[in-house]
Design a binder for this molecule. Structure first.
Ligand code: ATP
Ligand code: MG
Length: 319
């Protein structure tokens, strides 16, 4: 009797074991599939990131070419306008002298009366006393405006430049410290400046340009903390695997993703008119790219921003 049951029980056990095995196999496969899907998603996200970085680099390179062309075109007429302004200033001084002499002569009786009358009439009709005063102001304002245009053009040229000039062996930490000294009065009392500076190996670069980058980034950090409670800027330097890292961190307003995408675009600014030209980061980008380096940005709106400059240590010139 029991022999009759056994085959059934055996079949049942076999079937149960096979089912368990199949279930385990399925679970195993599902887990593998899930991990693969996760990996795929990660790769896709990385690819998207690289694609957007590539597009951004391409866009900036195109803008660089465009800026170089514009800067060059404006620079030539600007040079002769500036030079003409200088001559105009000198000529004006001569005419003002002549007018003053006329006015003195009019007070004397050395000039015949009818000449004196017509001169006085002319000076009065043309309001020459006012013109003489106003012309100096107009020339000064025009000169100031032209100097601003020249600065913008110079910035555009730094953004678009592709060749390193004046390369020397440099201690970047000394450069960073001297830039901070320059900003001392600007920072003092406004932000708590915390430094964590480690020695850096000497590297061949253009120190003036890199100091300009430090200046632009520190000023931005300071400006970002203007409405922050306990405004703090932390600056650090270190070197690892022949790469120099300089970090400038602030607890200021931070940036939205939309702003973050545009910071290196020339003339992009979120500051009020007259406060920023939007060239600081564009110039920094051009200089760092020229030194085969990178600027990495991390930022969160309302929390703060970290800019990290990464530069390879260069010990031999490539010529
Ligand atoms: N540390 C920072 N925190 C928050 N936003 C920043 C920071 N640095 C840069 N930005 C954003 O990037 C924009 C561009 O900066 P960039 O330095 O190029 O121009 P700017 O500071 O506006 O003007 P300027 O030409 O005077 O430097 C800023 O207007 C600001 O929105
Ligand atoms: Mg700036």
């Amino acid at each position: 009797m029991s022999d009759d049951v056994n085959p059934y029980q055996q079949a049942h056990a076999r079937e149960k074991a096979a089912r368990l095995k199949a279930e385990m196999l399925l679970e195993d496969k599902s887990r593998k599939l899930y991990l693969q899907k996760q990996k795929l998603e990660e790769s896709y996200a990385r690819l998207r990131q690289q694609e957007s970085a590539m597009l951004q680099n391409e866009k900036l390179a195109t803008l660089g070419t465009l800026s170089a062309g514009i800067a060059h075109e404006i620079n030539n007429p600007l040079a002769f306008v500036l030079s003409n302004m200088e001559s105009l200033n000198n000529y004006t001084l001569s005419f003002q002298k002549l007018l003053r002499l006329n006015q003195v002569l009019l007070q004397t009786d050395q000039v015949p009366e009818d000449t004196r009358n017509s001169l006085a009439k002319l000076i009065d009709e043309e309001d020459l006393s006012f013109v003489s005063e106003d012309i100096s102001e107009l020339l000064k304002d025009t000169g100031d405006g032209l100097c601003r245009v020249r600065d913008i053009i110079n910035n555009l040229r730094s953004f678009s430049r592709t060749q390193n000039t004046d390369q020397v062996e440099t201690d970047l930490l000394a450069g960073l410290k001297s830039t901070l000294k320059l900003l001392d009065s600007e920072l003092k009392g406004n932000v708590d400046l915390q430094l964590s500076l480690h020695e850096l190996p000497k590297t061949i670069c253009n120190p003036n340009e890199l100091n300009q980058v430090f200046l632009n980034l520190v000023i931005n950090a300071k400006q970002a903390t203007e409405n922050a409670k306990d405004a703090t800027v932390i600056i650090s330097s270190r070197c690892k695997n022949d790469t120099i890292f300089i970090r400038i961190q602030d607890n200021g307003c931070g940036m939205s993703d939309d702003v973050k995408k545009q910071i290196f675009v020339p003339f992009f600014t979120t500051k009020p008119v007259g406060k920023g030209t939007g060239m600081g980061m564009a110039v920094a980008y051009g200089i760092i790219a020229d030194h085969q380096g990178k600027i990495v940005v991390q930022s969160k709106e309302g929390v703060g921003t970290i800019f990290e400059i990464q530069l390879p240590v260069v010990t031999e010139t490539l010529t």
